[in-house]
Design a protein around this ligand. Structure first.
Ligand SMILES: [Zn+2]
Length: 309
């Protein structure tokens, strides 16, 4: 009923997945990967027994390129794309999203992610927390799950969860790590989202990076610890004013050691780096601490104002 489609992203297996779910009303898809992997996705859908055009409903977790970059190609064939209200505007007009990614990736942009075209408004469906979407006889429930991105939605089907990035990255037999790109990383919100998922006692969680998790409790508990561990590792670098450029290689070494100790081979470490680059997490966690510091300073100023009133 559920097939894991490997996008073979940048020629690497087990880095980005999509999930094909057969309903009584045809197949639906969770995640699309980036448009750069669209040919591979088409092949994978065919191998799964369907045509690209058969997919009329696409559920994305959030609008980062590795999750929803290829959604517009399905929309061209009339598919509806389901997303968080704050993600919807970027699918309808992706220029801003594309520009900010281009600032990070520069010339690599096209080869890494491919293009992203606008999706007509009528085909973008915004979902509230708890909304149920019924396709055939199957009901999928949207869970707003901030932490990795403010506009993140995990999709629930009975005791299964299509988690996007809120349940982290785990490739092969190693550890689970949190992808921490800017601009939305929020450790407290992420912990809250994980708590909600833990309470639901899922039988299986499907990770976009990568695949099926069966021991969902141990997985989520480990992730919750590692989100804090990574944030706290970055904190002194931020506080001492160390540059991100200097921090990146040290952080990368720290993370790779963790992944290696978890049982990963060198080849698997490379996959982790492709799915969740260290420089991204350094940037995201620096920003998290910066915003936190600004918020604390602002509340101190507000209190001072109140006292002086
Ligand atoms: Zn991702």
């Amino acid at each position: 009923m559920i097939q894991v489609l490997d996008l073979n992203f940048q020629g690497q297996k087990q880095t980005i997945a999509c999930f094909l779910f057969e309903t009584a009303d045809g197949p639906v898809l969770f995640e699309t990967g980036p448009y750069s992997a669209n040919d591979n996705l088409r092949k994978a859908i065919k191998k799964a027994g369907f045509q690209f055009e058969d997919i009329k409903h696409v559920f994305v977790s959030h609008v980062h390129f590795d999750h929803a970059g290829g959604a517009w190609a399905f929309a061209e064939h009339g598919a509806k794309i389901y997303t968080h209200p704050a993600g919807a505007k970027h699918l309808k007009s992706p220029e801003k999203l594309y520009k900010s990614a281009k600032r990070i990736y520069g010339k690599e942009m096209e080869t890494l992610w491919g293009k992203m075209e606008a999706i007509p408004s009528r085909q973008v469906v915004s979902v509230k927390h708890g909304d149920k979407i019924k396709i055939g006889k199957s009901k999928f429930r949207a869970l707003h799950t901030p932490g990795h991105a403010n506009h993140h939605v995990a999709w629930e089907y009975k005791k299964l969860l299509f988690a996007g990035d809120v349940a982290g990255v785990k490739i092969g037999k190693s550890i689970v790590v949190p992808p921490c790109p800017p601009p939305d990383i929020d450790v407290e919100a992420w912990s809250k989202s994980i708590k909600m998922l833990l309470d639901k006692r899922y039988e299986k969680i499907y990770l976009t990076h990568f695949g099926e998790v069966n021991d969902t409790k141990a997985h989520l508990v480990e992730l919750r610890g590692r989100v804090k561990n990574w944030a706290n590792w970055i904190k002194p670098y931020f506080e001492k004013g160390v540059s991100q450029k200097k921090t990146i290689p040290e952080f990368e070494q720290y993370v790779n050691k963790q992944i290696k100790m978890g049982g990963a081979t060198e080849a698997t470490i490379k996959k982790y780096e492709l799915a969740n680059p260290a420089f991204m997490s350094v940037a995201g966690l620096f920003r998290y601490w910066k915003l936190k510091k600004e918020a604390i300073e602002k509340s101190k100023r507000d209190i001072a104002l109140e006292i002086n009133d």
